[in-house]
Design a protein around this ligand. Structure first.
Ligand SMILES: Cc1cc2nc3c(=O)[nH]c(=O)nc-3n(C[C@H](O)[C@H](O)[C@H](O)COP(=O)(O)OP(=O)(O)OC[C@H]3O[C@@H](n4cnc5c(N)ncnc54)[C@H](O)[C@@H]3O)c2cc1C
Ligand SMILES: Cc1cc2nc3c(=O)[nH]c(=O)nc-3n(C[C@H](O)[C@H](O)[C@H](O)COP(=O)(O)O)c2cc1C
Length: 743
């Protein structure tokens, strides 16, 4: 087979070595535009796991790499005069030139032809080939030439960074964070051999301009950074190598192959340097492509197999890299954090490393962080420090014994709104299960406000009696508090029980629905009537009546549902509110009616009891609500006396394209909490106690709401305590089953 490779970087060279080894009869020629010893950048990082992959793929290359690299275990975060160290990370760094020399040598040894100082401008320039591998990096000309087929999607980051090195050899991975009169600067530094360390300086656009770095030459930039980080560099100089201030570009491609041309490495995808995985991805692509050629006789099938093998791992890593990138882009949001909390926030930024992962790596580090969290959250005298989820929390006069909340979940099991035995057992068992706070499902303020005929309500006297029975049970038999979520379905009303057809109108007996604007949820749903002022007055009175009834039933907290596309949400989102009056248009106008409801309810809800509001922080639809706008919504709610924002997202439009992932809505709660200084609850794919601890300790939220995990395990919190060897009270009736604490 005749293989032509464009680009002699890590991906092109490594692929050539592996392919030649596997298919010795093939001819492989690599075209590299630079001379063999010319390259940019300094050191690259690999984890132990990545090195294992290399060992399996080509032992010789692995040995050559591992004899020259620098190893470290610790990550140090230098922030506001403190150095916080966490251990057990096990990485190694290698000089990029060293890596390339090793790969070039290995190519020569096994008969791969390398053609240096030969730039390939067009695919045709490589001559005839059975397979053309485009390994020509982030600015791939081959990708551009065939962009109609590959369909690249390139996103430029907000920050600027410069890739430098220093003769100061650090003993660990370092994050140096410094603020000066120009702004905020972060260094990512790590050793990569006996003489040098990589030193990447990153800053935001404003700081970069303020410091005059937009006008600075390479030498001036180096001098500026040397001055700023003089203390960390301890007199050692910074070194540059064709270094300039650039913005990271995230590359994705819809397709990675067309005909016999295939993209690998940075040409196919990039991952932000803060998770140090670009070279890893590039070399793992090389492994997968070579393996696919061995497995499949036809080139076409091999290229499809290569994509199949790689796309998911790459997508996951790119997602983690994007989250990490946005941490550094928004880093000033957390600059007032205490260094202990700032450091763990940084370490857990991509959500691939969690509180529990860190404990496995370095138990004493996590013990220190837990101590810090406990001391700052009402547990100074508790020894050892409780896991973050078992610290108490208080809102007005409501005291919670831990941070776990049973999220509201419709049960579709009421008759004309009356909660029954199902609700008693459902909510009662979750309260027995140890959650600090249990929310009712969205409970509707009138019979027309219901989503379905099975939805719960708080609009008839019988409803108070039914709810009071449940509230009394929870108060009498458990330590939990119980919250009422009040809502009005708006245009999403008059539909079937969830399991009979989500959002589908009833076959018969539909009732009229209303919304901010006369826009139906979907073609099959009713066109809602646009609410008049008179309708608004009625709805406000209904909310007030339901709030008074909830107080009478003894609920501890009242939440107003302004999320998920129901009536109040329909006012907030510009997608569903196209009104021309003072209730439509600007964000403030769109919040006017929801705030009128909030104020009226707050007025009658007992002042010692807190109120929360659930919002959809993201519509996940272009031109809809986004996390930045949701901060403005939360600010208005805060100004009106809301105690805590329950931050959900989506379900406001059938066109939504949410990007799911673990804890995927937590960044929205984090942003609101830390930009406004208001407590938040986070919800959405918080799958377990480790996730909850991670979010709490890193200051992303104050309470963690879990919905489906509580359907799976009503005793989730008691089980979490046992798993973490933490003693919590069990109901007397169940004491015989309580696990003994491990010493
Ligand atoms: C600041 C910074 C820090 C980084 N840190 C790390 C890290 O710590 N760990 C890590 O794993 N990765 C890191 N990376 C990413 C890493 O450098 C790349 O992901 C990796 O080099 C990709 O390998 P590649 O072979 O696909 O592309 P490249 O290394 O870019 O190689 C492409 C090659 O193709 C050649 N070429 C381009 N066009 C042509 C043409 N038309 N004709 C002929 N030749 C051509 C180029 O000269 C180059 O040699 C970092 C990147 C940056 C910018
Ligand atoms: C069966 C079910 C019913 C739900 N009903 C409500 C509800 O009444 N009110 C509400 O705000 N959210 C409701 N939700 C959304 C959840 O409260 C939660 O936000 C969502 O399920 C994401 O959390 P999870 O990943 O922990 O399940 C419901 C979710 C489920 C699974």
């Amino acid at each position: 087979m005749k293989i032509k490779v464009v680009g002699g970087g890590p991906s092109g060279l490594y692929f050539s070595i592996l392919a030649k080894k596997a298919l010795p009869e093939s001819t492989i020629r690599v075209f590299e535009r630079n001379a063999p010893d010319v390259t940019w950048g300094w050191g690259v990082v690999f984890s132990d796991e990545t090195l294992e992959n290399f060992q399996e793929a080509d032992y010789e290359t692995h040995r050559a790499i591992t004899t020259t690299f620098a190893r470290w275990d610790d990550i140090d975060v230098h922030f506001r005069g403190r150095v916080i160290r966490s251990g057990g990370h096990r990485f190694c760094g290698i000089r990029r030139t060293q890596l390339l020399e090793t790969l070039q040598r290995r190519c020569n040894e096994i008969g791969v032809e390398t053609v240096f100082t030969k730039e390939i401008d067009r695919i045709e320039d490589v001559g005839d080939a059975d397979l053309i591998v485009a390994a020509d990096g982030i600015n791939s000309k081959i990708r551009s030439q065939w962009s109609d087929f590959f369909r690249p999607d390139i996103l430029t980051g907000k920050n600027r960074y410069i890739w430098l090195a220093t003769a100061k050899v650090f003993e660990s991975f370092k994050f140096f964070i410094r603020e000066n009169e120009h702004g905020f600067f972060v260094v990512h530094a790590y050793p990569f051999d006996r003489d040098l360390s990589t030193f990447i300086v990153e800053t935001d656009e404003v700081s970069w301009h303020n410091a005059g770095l937009d006008q600075a030459s390479e030498a001036e930039s180096v001098r500026y950074c040397e001055g700023l980080f003089a203390q960390e560099l301890e007199g050692k100089p910074l070194l540059s190598n064709k270094s300039s201030w650039i913005s990271f570009r995230r590359v994705k491609n819809e397709r990675w192959r067309h005909e016999n041309v295939v993209l690998i490495g940075d040409a196919a995808h990039t991952a932000h340097f803060s998770i140090g995985s670009g070279t890893k991805l590039a070399m793992e692509d090389a492994i997968a492509l070579a393996q696919s050629l061995i497995a499949e006789r036809s080139v076409s099938k091999a290229l499809d197999l290569y994509y199949e093998k790689r796309w998911l791992d790459v997508a996951k890593l790119q997602r983690a890299a994007e989250v990490s990138q946005s941490f550094f882009e928004d880093i000033q949001r957390w600059k007032r954090f205490d260094p202990d909390q700032f450091a763990i926030k940084l370490l857990c930024r991509s959500k691939r490393v969690t509180h529990e992962n860190l404990r496995v790596r370095d138990e004493s580090y996590v013990a220190n962080v837990d101590r810090w969290f406990a001391d700052h959250n009402g547990c100074k005298d508790v020894n050892p420090a409780p896991p973050p989820m078992f610290t108490p929390f208080r809102l007005r006069e409501m005291h919670l014994s831990n941070r776990i909340v049973v999220s509201p979940m419709c049960q579709y099991s009421s008759d004309d709104g009356t909660a029954d035995d199902w609700h008693l057992v459902h909510l009662g068992s979750r309260a027995i299960g140890g959650a600090a706070l249990v929310f009712t499902e969205m409970t509707d303020v009138s019979s027309e406000a219901r989503i379905s005929p099975g939805c719960a309500g708080m609009y008839r006297d019988e409803h108070v009696v039914a709810w009071k029975r449940i509230v009394d049970f929870v108060h009498r038999h458990t330590q939990a508090r119980i919250g009422m979520q009040l809502g009005h379905a708006g245009r999403k009303g008059s539909t079937k029980l969830e399991w009979e057809g989500n959002n589908e109108p009833l076959d018969q007996g539909n009732w009229p629905v209303m919304s901010a604007s006369p826009l139906p949820w979907s073609k099959q749903n009713q066109v809602p009537r646009e609410m008049t002022r008179a309708d608004m007055d009625v709805v406000i009175l209904q909310f007030v009546r339901s709030a008074e009834m909830s107080a009478k039933a003894g609920f501890d907290i009242l939440e107003i549902h302004m999320a998920h596309g129901y009536l109040l949400a329909s006012f907030i989102s510009p997608l569903t509110n196209v009104r021309a009056d003072e209730y439509g248009g600007t964000a403030e106008n769109r919040m006017r009616f929801p705030l009128e409801v909030f104020d009226a309810v707050r007025n009658v809800w007992p002042s010692e009891k807190p109120m929360s509001v659930r919002i959809s922080a993201h519509d996940w639809v272009p031109n809809g609500m986004d996390p930045a706008q949701s901060v403005d919504v939360a600010r208005l709610l805060q100004q009106h006396g809301c105690d805590i924002i329950d931050v959900s997202s989506g379900q406001t439009s059938p066109l939504a394209q949410p990007v799911y992932g673990r804890m995927y809505q937590a960044p929205f709660a984090d942003r609101i909490r830390n930009e406004l200084g208001i407590p938040t609850m986070s919800v959405g794919n918080i799958q377990n106690w480790d996730h909850a601890n991670t979010l709490l300790v890193s200051g992303a939220c104050d309470l963690c709401c879990l919905a489906r995990p509580h359907l799976f395990d009503p005793y989730l919190t008691l089980h979490a305590a046992a798993d973490q060897n933490f003693d919590v009270p069990w109901p007397n009736q169940y004491l015989l089953a309580k696990p003994r604490p491990k010493s």
